[in-house]
Design a protein around this ligand. Sequence first.
Ligand code: GSH
Length: 324
Amino acid sequence: MSGTPVSAAPPGGGTRPVSATPVGSRSERPRAADPAGRFVRRDSAFREWVTDRPEPGRYHLYVCHACPWAHRTVIVRGLKRLEDVIAFTAVDPLRDERGWRFLPGDPDPLNGFRFLAEAYLATDPGFAGRVTVPVLWDVREGRIVNNESSEIIRMLNAWSDEGPDLYPEPLRAEIDAVNERVYHGVNNGVYRAGFAATQGAYEEAFDELFATLDWLDERLAGRRFLVGGPEPTEADWRLFVTLVRFDAVYVGHFKCNLRRIADYPALSAYVRDLYQQPGIAGTVDFDHIKRHYYMTHASLNPNEIVPKGPALDLLAPHGRERLG
Ligand SMILES: N[C@@H](CCC(=O)N[C@@H](CS)C(=O)NCC(=O)O)C(=O)O
């Protein structure tokens, strides 16, 4: 892949230092919207599947700690004890007009990429879609295998018998059904509210979001995890990555402000329960999360001021052990 042209630079040269982006100038690529102003998420471009556990180092993950979709892959990698099989590199949480970038302090160890777009162009020189994280990168072949988090976490789960089975056969239908509702209402729902281009589209997303959170709060009042038990499954981790960002970002930045997660009795304890599971707290980086959202979407927050709060105590007792 060396020698692949790097066309992630802006027209006219790309001579401006990455760190010198003036306030308010981070341009956003326009997001797709339907005629009613609804945010439309595009399908991920690369969808190959690696079924068998690979030899260590064959694949690499490119992630961003701010991103909920990438966060899922970091969590599953840890839960499945795959640290020696697959390493990851995190991009800087701030994007400029050239997209996700690697900073000198955390460089790309494999290819020396400066921008994640280079990985996309190495895979498909004509790539003109969105450059997103996470990315599952084939080190040997020098190309992206898959950039869809829901599929990457299924692969990681299948690669290892260590840790819990996050997608056990008998629970698959129920996990799929819960995921479907959580994806539309919550995971993508916060983006549909935040990136809505009309009042109507925003309110539609907002109403579905809070109806889904009400449903989840009720469901979790009587059971510790979303499906099965006594351990969290994929369904819980997919929800967790959105819930843990909710009060810090989505309430304000995406205008999801009917209630905070802190106001939901079951959901607030549930998010603490998941946060306190071994190995999870270290995957949550509020500095990256807050800087990414508040400093990247210039149309939502042109002055890039990052709120100081809220005060969150995710280590407070959750009391959910009694639910089994
Ligand atoms: N469906 C994808 C979504 C990934 C995604 O949208 N990631 C965001 C970061 S949170 C991204 O990279 N956005 C860049 C862009 O859309 O230009 C997945 O689940 O992997």
